[in-house]
Each structure stands twice: as C-alpha cells, then as structure tokens.
Design a protein around this ligand. Structure first.
Ligand code: ATP
Ligand code: MG
Length: 556
C-alpha cells in the first residue's frame, strides 16, 4: 500500500469529498502559508503534511506562500530554510513560491475600493486609544471620532499614509464594520499600518503594510485556493476573512477551515520562544538537535518518513491536545529499527587484554549489518588482542541476572569469541584500568565445544583499530511537560539536555554519511553530525535510545 492510500481520513477530507461530490469544486487547491520569521518546526510539519498531502491524494495543487507582511521580523535566511525544509519533508509546491508581498499593489487597490464603498476609514487615534475604544468581551466598543470621515477625506489621508505623510502609530486604515459585534475581530479591525521598514522582497517601495486578516483572504482568493486550512486560533478571524471577500470585487471565495495545532510535551513551539532560545544562546542555533525545528530534528537523525508517519499518527481534529514526546520518538525508532545498519561503538570504555591472543594479529570478522535483513549484507570488523568494552558491562561480582562480563566468568563478544575475565588492574583511586582475559579460540560462530552455556553478549571495538569519536547524548530540552506554561520557560531548561562523551567507534563508521542513521548495538540510534563531524574528528548525535526510558519515569 502506498503512503497516500494509507493516509487516514479526517473531517477536512470529508468536507473535500463532499465538495467534490456536490460539484462545488472539481479540483482541490490548498496552500501552506508560513511567515518567514523563524525556522519551521514539527507543528508546521503537521500543517505541511495536511496541505501537501491533500494536494497529492486528490491530484490537486498546493502553493507555498510566504506570508510576509511584517518586514521587521522577517528575513531571507528564513525564506531559504523554509523552502529547504518543505522539500526535505518530501513535498513539492505548485509552480514558483508565492509571497503575500506579490499582491501589495492589488491589496492597496482593494483597500481603496473599501474606502470608496464607505467601508474603511483612516483612523488617527493612538494605538492605546484604539484599544480603549475597542471595549471587551463584556462591553461593546465605542465609535472613533474619525469614523465618519467622508470618502474623499479618507482617500486623501490613505494616500498621505502611503506617501510617508504620517509617522508610525499616528494613522492606520480601519474597516468600518460593527463596534458592538460579539466578535471582537469585527470591531473595526485595522487593515493597514504605517511602518518605515525595508522589506526583504519589496525593498523601500512601501511604508504602509497590510495586516494579516486583510492579506490572507485576498491572497487565497487571488491564488484560487479552494480550502484554506489553518489552526483553531483563527476561528473568529473567519468572520473577517469572509467579510473582506464579500465586500470587494473578487470572484473567488475560498472557505477557511480550522484544525487544532500540534502541542508536544517537553517542547515549546512558539516561534517567539524558539527565537529567544537561539538569540540568548540557550541552544546552538535553530538547527540544534534539541530544537523541535525540522532542521534540528533532521540534524539529530530523524528521517522525513518518520516525521510524516508521526503526522499521520497524530491525525487532524478540532480537539486541543498535548502529544506525548514518546510518540515522536517511537516513530523514528520504528523507522530506524527497520533500516539502520548495525555498528559497534563504546561510549564509556574500559580496556580488555586477551592474554592468549597474538599481539600482532588482526582478524577481519564478518558481521551482519542487520540481524534479520540478510540483503543488507555484512561488514568487516577488525578483532585484536586489546578491545574496548563498556565499563558498565563488567562487574567484579554479580548475581545471575547480570548477563555481562563478571570476574572469573565468560561472556561472548558480539560477532567474535567467548572470553573469560581472569584478573583486573586498578588505579590508585580504585578504578578498573584493565581487565585481563583469555579467549576460547573454538567459539567463533560456535558454542563452546564442551556444552558450557554462555548467555551474555556484549559489544566491543578494537583498541588498535577503532576511531575516537565525540558522542553527543541528547535528552529533552525541558524538564517539565508544558514549559510554555511556566512563568519563565527558560528556567525549565534541562541542564543535561546535551552531554558530550568521548568514545570509540568501529572503523567502518569513518564512512558514515551525515544524518544517516545507525544502530549502535545495545545503545541506541546515532548519526554523524551534519555540521561538526570531520574525517579526522568524528561527531555522532544520539537520535533516540533503543527503548523509551521515560515511559517508566513518567508512570512512577
Ligand atoms: P507563531 O504563532 O509561533 O508565530 P504561526 O502559527 O504564526 O506561529 P506561521 O508561520 O504563521 O506560524 O504558520 C504557518 C502555518 O503553519 C499556519 O497555517 C499555521 O496555522 C500552521 N502551524 C503553525 N504552528 C502549528 C502547530 N503547532 N500545529 C499545526 N499547525 C501549525
Ligand atoms: Mg502566523
């Protein structure tokens, strides 16, 4: 079954099915409208999968549109990163990317049309006064003294706004709707404001910029969008969306439908907060592998398939929700369990010396890349007299439950021989420095001949041949499930969200491609860092552990 066939239905797809069956539309056209004021995050991935997924499944189109009406906060760096992230997730937009700023001339003409119809006026109250006059949920608003200006006066003043005759905050254009409406968005909303700011697309052409609510509906209509999908906080704004399109001369009237946004435990998703993490250097940039950004998750080793699968599993509804962090992790774990080649790495090394193994010998052992996928082939792993194992895989004494190496007992080195720990050496602080062992030469790929049972298997790398590597162990960035609700979310950052250790990896990992996932046997899934890993200084990121270690903690 293809991915598209496997995509579950939802209330939006039901609306589309009905619109197509009724002949209201004969094709579907959606859009994904990010504001280029930050990098995309996993919440945007939900919207991307919804909008582009619908276009794919209904053989329709999906536009990429930069909603760029706030020049001060926007930047070309964000435009480029957004394009890259959408492509990486596996989607293609229809035609060239669009920009709301492409429509600034038309938007201006529609504003003039509203003025001519007596449906918009130039306001000269201050922003504070506008707020005061607006009223509240329990009290109606008051009319501005400027509300009843003549059409001619409004046209002249709007022209004065456009040509730089008003300072910022001294004039704006408002729609004339209803100051007593129970929908506050309809209490004469601002349509245009003065901003003397250069724009990344239009330069210094404009010193007035249209507001989101005026821009979005008209951009949708100009692009022939059929279903305009957005998150629930825009529910009330739909009244204004429809009011604008009903009152200007435009043929197309797209319909807006709202769905609930993705909230993920132990994560913040607001771009303002993500921006704060970056600018205050609480993380190492937008693509820090602890960030919920698409570029951060990618750098950490998430695949596009795992992110699309996550979006499929969470579904699309109108219910507010908080998704467990573990459900994102289980998507990447399920994906990598299938396709990641296995490799060996030792993160906290202690040395084994196999005293009855020839000091000069290097044996190339063939080890399967995947335990149940022979088609993934084998690799050669060098075995030598000295090997590193994990410090935690050895005990001087232990009960039967401990299936690793114990003094005087045997264990199997993965893909190699059975060894027996004979004696140990310690430093002055009592730390074990070396474990002296013997090996049974007849146990390569075979059980001990005399029927001795050796249950434990541990991983290892050759001291002479392994490569040193920095391993970055990531944990959740925050210590509380809902950091956004904390008085200061930055106070809840997990100080152990990044721990760097120096370990050793088997030599085949010299060729590891950045972002490509491996399972480090018995530890977890890792990939080479796409920025910092160099041939002579390998750096690996932990994508996710083998099991959900938090599940127990959360339940406790
Ligand atoms: P912020 O409020 O943090 O600035 P935003 O929602 O304004 O974020 P946009 O760039 O305007 O960010 O979002 C582009 C699209 O992605 C919008 O349609 C928006 O509804 C959707 N989107 C943003 N965040 C989420 C989320 N957490 N879950 C689902 N969709 C989202
Ligand atoms: Mg926005």
């Amino acid at each position: 079954m293809s991915e598209a066939e496997a995509r579950p239905s939802n209330f939006i797809r039901q609306i589309i099915d009905k619109d197509l069956a009724d002949g209201k539309h004969n094709s579907v056209h959606t859009r994904f409208p990010p504001e280029p004021n930050g990098y995309l995050h996993i919440g945007h991935a939900k919207s991307i999968c919804l909008n582009f997924g619908i276009a794919q499944d209904y053989q329709g189109q999906c536009n990429l549109r930069f909603d760029d009406t706030n020049p001060e906060k926007e930047d070309l760096e964000y435009v480029e990163s957004i394009k890259q992230d959408v492509k990486w997730l596996g989607f293609e937009w229809s035609g060239e990317p669009h920009y709301s700023s492409d429509y600034f001339d038309k938007l201006y003409e529609y504003a003039v049309e509203l003025i001519n119809k007596g449906l918009a006026y130039v306001e000269e109250l201050s922003p504070e006064q506008i707020r005061e006059y607006r009223g509240s949920l329990t009290e109606p608003g008051k009319h501005s003294p400027y509300r009843d200006r003549s059409v001619e006066e409004n046209l002249a003043l709007f022209e004065k706004m456009r040509t730089g005759g008003f300072a910022e905050g001294t004039a704006c254009l408002r729609a004339k709707i209803d100051m007593a409406s129970s929908f506050i968005v309809l209490r004469d909303p601002v349509l245009y404001r003065v901003r003397f700011a250069d724009h990344h697309q239009t330069g210094d052409k404009w010193c007035i910029y249209p507001m989101y609510d005026f821009t979005h509906c008209i951009s949708d209509a100009l692009e022939g969008i059929t279903h305009s999908l957005c998150t629930l906080e825009f529910q009330d704004n739909r009244r204004l969306y429809d009011w604008v399109l009903d009152n200007i001369s435009i043929d197309c009237h797209p319909r807006q439908y709202e769905f609930s946004r993705l909230n993920l435990e132990y994560t913040v998703m607001s771009k303002r907060k993500l921006n704060q993490l970056v600018t205050e250097k609480l993380v190492n940039g937008w693509d820090d592998p602890r960030m919920p950004t698409i570029s951060g998750l990618r750098r950490r080793g998430f695949t596009p398939e795992s992110m699309r699968e996550f979006c499929k599993r969470i579904g699309v509804t109108k219910q507010d929700n908080m998704i467990e962090y573990g459900s994102l992790e289980s998507c990447i774990r399920d994906d990598l369990n299938e396709r990641a080649p296995r490799a060996m790495a030792v993160l906290d090394p202690v040395k084994i010396v196999i005293e009855n193994y020839d000091a000069d010998k290097v044996e190339m052992l063939n080890i399967h890349n995947h335990p149940n996928k022979p088609e993934m082939g084998d690799r050669e792993v060098p075995f030598t007299r000295e090997v590193w194992i994990e410090r935690d895989d050895f005990r001087e004494e232990a009960n039967k439950k401990y299936k690793r190496l114990v003094l005087g007992k045997e264990v199997r080195l993965r893909g190699a021989y059975v060894i027996k720990a004979e004696r140990i050496e310690k430093d002055e602080q009592g730390n074990i420095t070396t474990i002296y062992c013997t090996y049974d030469a007849d146990t390569l790929g075979a059980n001990p001949a005399d029927g001795r049972k050796v249950k434990g298997v541990i991983h290892w790398v050759s001291v002479a041949k392994a490569l040193p590597a920095e391993i970055r162990l990531y944990e959740r960035l925050f210590t509380v499930p809902n950091p956004g609700a904390a008085a200061n979310f930055a106070d809840t950052i997990n100080p152990e969200s990044l721990v760097k250790v120096q370990g050793f990896v088997e030599p085949s990992l010299a060729e590891a491609k950045p972002e490509f996932g491996y399972q480090f046997e018995r530890i977890g899934y890792f990939c080479a860092d796409n920025k910092d890993s160099k041939a002579d200084a390998l750096v690996f990121n932990r994508t996710v552990g083998l099991r959900d270690t938090w599940a127990k903690i959360d339940a406790a």
